[in-house]
Design a binder for this molecule. Structure first.
Ligand SMILES: *[C@@H]1O[C@H](CO)[C@@H](O)[C@H](O)[C@H]1NC(C)=O
Length: 302
């Protein structure tokens, strides 16, 4: 009994150190002179008054998830991702984060390509956008053109455009697909680019930085926005609009408002926003927030 108490004390010491509290402890006249708060932490039931609230701890708490799924929005956080082989792709695991079962007209999924993997083409009349978040892939198209896509690079493939993604080692992609909304006399083209090559756009009345990864022209029935917020910056408009969104936080952390709920979010989190859900974001922490956002555009909602 006494022995196990001593061991758990030792573990607590180690935990406090790894939690970055060493500086604090040393600041209180050395490690052994137990300041009041520290004494309290050694007592039976110390956890009641010293709960661990850091997200890294909560993720390990059995049964705990920050993910939510509601009628008009969803937050899908990494501890909820379930990967399984992507149909018709080789050596690739996929996690569908947004699908029409939620009410969206698009799918958003993560594709983890492994050694010697390759993609399948989307279903008939379905367009595809992919963005590399880890590793690198090679995009080969029906004309024999080949593009090396590294982190921060992306490609748009029009519906029924034959292509293949190949990966030698490993890569993680975020992929959006939807049935193309055809318009007479407008034909979208294959696009390949990278975020850093896109110019900053005007955002009247707002402070965030905006880049669009696809042309704003009529042939394209959606766009992908890259939005950057410095800590403390937030959306001025409390947006409510007909467009739907799929969002992946690439960097940073903050609070996302969706309807009447306010969610702490961080890099790796995905969000589904149905049409007309009130939405708002504020960036917090010490580093910039960057997120990637699907938005349907250029089509009459009727
Ligand atoms: C991947 O492909 C290369 C070239 O075909 C082959 O030499 C290698 O053994 C493959 N690796 C695996 C893990 O299948």
């Amino acid at each position: 009994m006494h022995k196990s108490f001593a061991i758990s004390n030792y573990v607590l010491h180690a935990l406090l150190i790894t939690l970055g509290m060493l500086k604090w402890v040393v600041g209180q006249e050395g490690f052994c002179s137990a300041p009041p708060a520290y004494t309290e932490s050694r007592t039976l039931y110390w956890k009641v008054t010293n709960p661990t609230l850091a997200p890294s701890h909560l993720e390990d708490l059995p049964g705990f998830t920050r993910s939510v799924y509601k009628r008009d929005h969803a937050v899908i956080t990494p501890e909820s991702h379930v990967f399984s082989p992507l149909p018709d792709w080789t050596n690739t695991l996929g996690a569908y984060l947004i699908t029409p079962a939620m009410g969206s007209h698009f799918v958003m999924y993560l594709a983890k390509m492994q050694v010697n993997s390759s993609s399948a083409i989307p279903p008939k009349d379905v367009e595809r956008f992919l963005f590399v978040v880890q590793g690198a892939v090679t995009l080969v198209d029906v004309y024999g053109d080949s593009n090396r896509l590294q982190v921060d690079s992306y490609a748009y493939l029009p519906a029924n455009f034959e292509h293949s993604l190949k990966c030698d080692v490993s890569a993680t992609l975020v992929v959006f697909e939807r049935r193309y909304a055809n318009l007479e006399n407008h034909v979208p083209e294959k696009i390949v680019g990278s975020t850093d090559m896109q110019q900053l756009l005007e955002t009247p009345g707002e402070v965030f930085e905006l880049r669009k990864l696809l042309p704003a022209s009529t042939p394209y029935d959606f766009n992908i926005h890259i939005m950057d917020f410095q800590p403390g910056e937030y959306l001025n408009v409390k947006e409510v609009h007909y467009n739907q969104h799929g969002l992946l936080l690439l960097e940073g952390q903050g609070i996302y408002r969706l309807g009447d709920s306010w969610y702490p979010v961080q890099a790796g989190d995905a969000i589904w926003m149905a049409p007309f859900v009130p939405q708002w974001y504020a960036a917090l922490g010490k580093t910039r927030t960057r997120y990637l956002l699907y938005k349907d555009v250029n089509r009459n909602p009727l």
